[in-house]
Design a protein around this ligand. Structure first.
Ligand code: MG
Length: 240
């Protein structure tokens, strides 16, 4: 029994007919229940172990597990995954400190550094103005988010970030990095092209780097917590 058609035109750029029943079936992924990771996700933090995390010197993580969350320990520095990651979908949840302290960039500051280089800002921007390209969800120093979708301090927020790293030919940039960011179900960036690795008070520009690098979370001195961190490589069409 044929699932589809073979007497239809070939779809340009593919070797398959329109409605081709012989085309590879999409792989089965079981969605997680109640926010749990999908069945094929790379779980980067499951609430119980710091094994997959390192401090800035590549040593055992110095952040803490607090009620199942990965908690920044101020002064220990940025932490990164042991595993290098490339293009894909990152999911994580974060919580700003319940006790509101400081203002502007000094309130609940952390950051999600894709490939350790490209920061999507984490900040408590609930009734806390600061420079727009440094607000929650900003591509820091480049593009403000399309919306401020912050929850109140102490409430968990959800990031879904789809990131494609820059492509290089030898040393030359062929395609810039692109990112789509959804915070609490609200779109903040759609396939936005980055200008280069994150800088502070300077313009960004690309330098050649590997296609897979560890994910980094920032210690900016504030008591930010993370949980349910997972990653799914982007994948490709027609991979049976
Ligand atoms: Mg930051």
């Amino acid at each position: 029994m044929s699932l589809g058609y073979q007497d239809t035109p070939i779809i340009p750029g593919s070797k398959y007919h329109v409605h081709d029943g012989e085309r590879p079936q999409p792989k089965v992924v079981t969605p997680g229940e109640n926010g749990a990771p999908p069945s094929d996700a790379i779980v980067l933090f499951d609430g119980s172990s710091l094994d997959g995390w390192r401090n800035g010197r590549g040593e055992a993580a110095q952040w803490e597990i607090k009620d199942g969350a990965l908690a920044v320990v101020p002064g220990t520095g940025d932490h990164h995954t042991a595993q290098a990651l490339g293009d894909g979908h990152l999911h994580l949840e974060f919580k700003s400190p319940v006790v509101v302290k400081g203002e502007g960039q000094g309130r609940g500051n952390s950051g999600v550094f894709l490939m350790g280089l490209y920061e999507i800002q984490v900040l408590d921007c609930y009734q806390n103005p600061t420079y727009p390209d440094g607000t929650t969800g900003a591509i820091y120093g480049q593009f403000p988010p399309l919306a401020n979708a912050c929850r109140k301090p102490g409430e968990w927020s959800t990031y879904d970030i789809i990131f494609e790293g820059p492509k290089f030919s030898e040393e030359a940039l062929v395609a810039p990095a692109r990112v789509t960011v959804i915070l609490n179900g609200v779109l903040l960036h759609h396939a936005k092209e980055l200008q280069g690795p994150t800088m502070h008070r300077e313009l960004a520009s690309y330098h050649h780097h590997a296609p897979e690098l560890p994910l980094k979370l920032q210690d900016h001195g504030d008591l930010v917590e993370f949980r349910n961190i997972w990653f799914r490589p982007l994948g490709a069409y027609d991979q049976a």
